[in-house]
Design a protein around this ligand. Structure first.
Ligand code: SF4
Length: 179
């Protein structure tokens, strides 16, 4: 790994994030991911960071082909004392997003001009998303799954096995595209 990547991994660690290097071509994009968004997710169409408001899976395939590398970012929250994880989920993912967003900005400052974060979960910077026009466009990011990324496979490709379903630990995952 080049020095610049190592610096980013170290910076991520200072922020409490674990970062795993990924070859961009090992980030699987699958059409079937769209089923999970459009049929079964109660958030479908309610946020500008989600389908149908984000670029299509085919468009994203073309975009990711222009990247060579990425960091898989993992933020583990200790939720042993949290009585209702579903209720806490919004704040947990917002907290993780802010750390990952700061890392994206740092990557840009380090010379990764096209650094771009695929955020954990849908954008919840506003309580209710303004579907007419994003009110914080500089922070609008979409999740990997929103553009067809099979996150589970991407993690396996980076040698990572995570247990998501433990109540004492809630994990937020993002991908930082780097170029
Ligand atoms: S910043 Fe606000 S308006 Fe923009 S996508 Fe996020 S929730 Fe919606």
């Amino acid at each position: 790994m080049f020095v610049k990547y190592e610096d980013l991994v170290e910076k991520a660690s200072e922020m409490g994030l674990k970062a795993y290097f990924l070859d961009a071509k090992n980030i699987p994009i699958e059409n079937r991911t769209a089923l999970k968004c459009a049929y079964g997710c109660k958030g479908y169409g309610t946020r500008l960071s989600c389908p149908p408001y984000v670029m299509s899976i085919d468009e994203f395939r073309k975009v990711i082909a222009e990247y060579s590398s990425a960091l898989l970012l993992v933020d583990e929250h200790d939720t042993a004392e949290v009585p209702d994880i579903l209720e806490a989920w919004s704040e947990l993912r917002k907290d993780s997003f802010h750390k990952m967003f700061e890392l994206e900005q740092e990557a840009f400052r380090e010379g990764f001009t096209f650094a771009h974060l695929l955020r954990p979960g849908s954008c919840n910077e506003c309580e209710v998303c303004n579907l007419q026009k994003c009110v914080k466009p500089e922070m609008r990011r979409f999740a990997p799954e929103a553009v067809g990324v099979n996150l589970q496979k991407a993690m396996e490709n980076s040698g990572l096995v995570l247990e998501f379903c433990k109540p004492e630990k809630t994990v937020c995952v993002g991908i930082l595209l780097l170029e």
